[in-house]
Design a protein around this ligand. Structure first.
Ligand code: 13P
Length: 253
């Protein structure tokens, strides 16, 4: 069975103290996690070691970085390499979030390089894709997302993509309170899985966790995660509130 994942994306929020309090509150609640149901916390770089150490008391919960650079090492002031993340024992890295694509001009080609460098360092990307409102309104979201996947992932081998993690985040639903309906999410997730199946076969496509992101909250998580091709969520705003994110974790199927 493919993994179901509730991933928090704190983005550029919280002080260290606030973040640690949040983690403590979540860890002190009953969490329905196991080898097939994971909770992941993508936190700002300066907090990664602290958060990772805090999470170590519990199995099946992991820290993740929100990004890494597409070069191995060298004179890139202010950047963080995949090797650095590996050296602190991380397993997961969010790549290609729409905010990185928009504000930092991350292209599909650059993301292909980031994916490669993550694999070279044994890191599992949580690869984000998703269309802006104009594309949704034009009705061309399927081919838009397909291109994102093809240009950043389809150079990988079937072995590399086995158990991979993708997050579909329609940009019009991020931080807007406007969630895609569970049917809209299912429709795109099924499309993504069919594109993967056409290229890599059903076994690989079925092993890939496809998370939904965009205004997921405690009140809608169960319905969205209940759809057959939705394998959990990547959560922004609601992941900053302990009770919200705890309920979201416990809504995984
Ligand atoms: P919100 O949950 O705040 O809409 O953010 C979604 C997101 O961008 C997660 O990566």
């Amino acid at each position: 069975m493919r993994k179901q994942i509730a991933a928090a994306n704190w983005k550029m929020n919280l002080t260290l103290e606030q973040g640690e309090t949040l983690i403590d509150e979540i860890l002190s609640s009953p969490l329905n996690v196991n080898e097939d149901k994971l909770a992941v916390f993508a936190v700002p770089f300066p907090y990664l070691i602290n958060v990772k150490n805090k999470l170590a008391v519990k199995k099946n919960v992991f820290a993740a970085a929100q990004n890494c650079y597409n070069k191995k090492s060298g004179a890139y002031t202010g950047e963080v390499s995949a090797e650095m993340l590996k050296s602190i024992g991380l397993q997961y890295v969010v790549l290609g979030h729409s905010e990185r694509r928009e504000y930092f001009n991350e292209s599909n080609a650059m993301l292909a390089e980031k994916v490669n460098i993550c694999f070279e360092n044994g890191l599992q990307p949580i690869f984000c894709c998703g269309e802006p409102l104009s594309i949704r309104e034009a009705g061309t979201q399927n081919s838009y997302v397909e291109t994102q996947l093809k240009e950043s992932l389809f150079h990988l081998t079937a072995d590399q993509l086995k158990g991979f993690v993708i997050a579909y985040e329609p940009i019009w639903a991020i931080g807007t309170g406007k969630t895609a309906s569970s049917d809209q999410a299912q429709e795109m997730h099924a499309h993504i899985r069919s594109v993967l199946a056409a290229q890599y076969g059903n076994a690989v496509a079925d092993s890939i966790s496809i998370l939904y992101g965009g205004s997921v909250k405690a009140a809608n998580a169960k319905e969205i995660f209940g759809k057959p091709d939705v394998d959990g969520g990547l959560v922004g705003g609601a992941s900053l509130v302990a009770a919200e994110f705890t309920t979201i974790i416990n809504s995984l199927k």
